[in-house]
Write a protein that binds this ligand. Sequence first.
Ligand SMILES: Cc1cc2nc3c(=O)[nH]c(=O)nc-3n(C[C@H](O)[C@H](O)[C@H](O)COP(=O)(O)OP(=O)(O)OC[C@H]3O[C@@H](n4cnc5c(N)ncnc54)[C@H](O)[C@@H]3O)c2cc1C
Length: 405
Amino acid sequence: MLAGELALGGADVVVLERRTGPLTESRASTLHARTMELLDQRGLLEELGTPPAGGPGHFGGTRLDLTTDSPYSGQWKVPQVRTEELLEGWATRLGARVVKGHRLTDLRTAPHTVEATAEAEPGPGGAASALRVRAAYVVGCDGESSTVRELAGFAFPGRDATRELLRADVADVEVPDRRFERHPGGLAISARGPGGVTRVMVHEYGAGVGREPGPPSFARVADTWRRVTGDDIGGGTPLWLNSFGDALRQAAQYRRGRILLAGDAAHHQMPVGGQALNLGLQDAANLGWKLAAEVRGTADPGLLDSYHAERHPAGRRVLDNIAAQALLLLGGSGTEQLRSLFGELLREPRVRAHLAGTIAGVDVRYAAGPGAHPLVGARVPYLRFGAGTDAAAGPGSTFAALRAG
Ligand SMILES: Cc1cc2nc3c(=O)[nH]c(=O)nc-3n(C[C@H](O)[C@H](O)[C@H](O)COP(=O)(O)OP(=O)(O)OC[C@H]3O[C@@H](n4cnc5c(N)ncnc54)[C@H](O)[C@@H]3O)c2cc1C
C-alpha cells in the first residue's frame, strides 16, 4: 500500500521482501469501511470486485451493527493473500520495484541518506546475492517483529500477553458452528468455511499463555477445545495452527529522522475484530503522499512529522478499543457484569454509532489546530457530483476525483 502511494506521489520506491512467494496462511480476512474507501479512492475496487459481505460485526463478542455514513458500511471478506496481490500489482504498475527473497539485515544512517543491506534468503526462489540500497528514507513495514524497528532503536513500550486465543483450521471434523459461545471454562468459536475446513478458536479462562515456541500443537488445541466445549476434534486433520496473545505495544515514535514505521511494525495488537490489517493500510495512506512530497522537495516543513502526530493517536485509540474487546471476550466470570452492562449500552443508538465508527475507521479526526473548521481533519466523505457541476472536477464522485492522488 505504501509503495503504491509513494509511487503515485512521484517517489522512486524499492521494496525489500524476505519472502520469495505469496503468503500461504489465511491471516486477516476482513476489510472495514474506511479501507474499502481508500481502495475506491485509488480505483482498486474495480479490480477487486465486490467482496462477499462478512455479516454482522461484534464488539468483544456482542453483536454490533457496523452501519456508518460510508457507502461501504459493514465488513468485507477478502483473504489477506488477495489484498497483498492486489496492492503489489498496483504498486508495481506505478513503478515500484519489489525485490523478493531479500532479508534486511543492516541499516546505516548518514546525514542525507540511509543505507540498507539485505541478505539473499537461502533456498529455492531465494535471491542470488546480497543487496545494498542507498535511500533518502526507509520505512519499516516489516511486521510485528520488525527488523527496522530494532535496528533503528525505536522504543516499543507496552505489555506482554497474559491471555491467548488458540486457533486451528481443521479438515475432517464435524462440529456445530459457534459464534462467541461462552462455557463455564472458556470461550469457543467455530465456523465451517469453504472446502469443508472448520476454523476453531478457543480460550480457556485462567490458562495463561503457552510456553512452547512457535505455534501451539494440535494436541493442545484439541485438549483445550474438549475441556471447554466437551467436543472431541482430536481426530481431525490440522491444516494451520496459530495462537494470538493479548500483548499490546506501540512504537513511542513513528519517525526517527530518516526512518519511519507503519503497520504492525509500529503497533502490535491482538487481531480481535479484524482491525489490525486495516489500521496498517490506513497508516500507509496517511504517510505515502507526505513522504513522496518530502522526497520531491515540495513538502511544507513539518508535513512529514504530521504522520506521527496523526497516526500515533489514531493507533492508540484502536489499540485501546482492541484491549477493551479482548477483556470482554477473554475475561472470565469476573467480567460478566461488565459484559452485561456493555450489552445494554450497545443497544443505545449513539453508543452503537460511536463504536461502529471507530471499528470502521471512519471517525478519525486529526487535530487541526485552534480555529480550524470542524471538517478539517475529517475524512472526505463519499459524495456524488450532481447534474450541472463541472465535469472537469472528476468523473462522478469525491472518491473518483481522488484517484490521481
Ligand atoms: C498468523 C497471523 C494471523 C492473523 N490473523 C489476522 C486476522 O484474522 N485479522 C486481522 O485483522 N489481522 C490478522 N493478523 C494480523 C495481520 O495479518 C497484520 O496486521 C497485517 O499483516 C499487518 O501488515 P503489515 O504489512 O504491517 O505486516 P506483515 O503482514 O507482517 O508484513 C511484513 C512483511 O515484512 C516482511 N519482512 C519481515 N522482516 C523482514 C526483513 N528483515 N527483511 C525483509 N522483509 C521482511 C515479511 O516477510 C512480511 O511480508 C494476523 C497475523 C498473523 C501473523
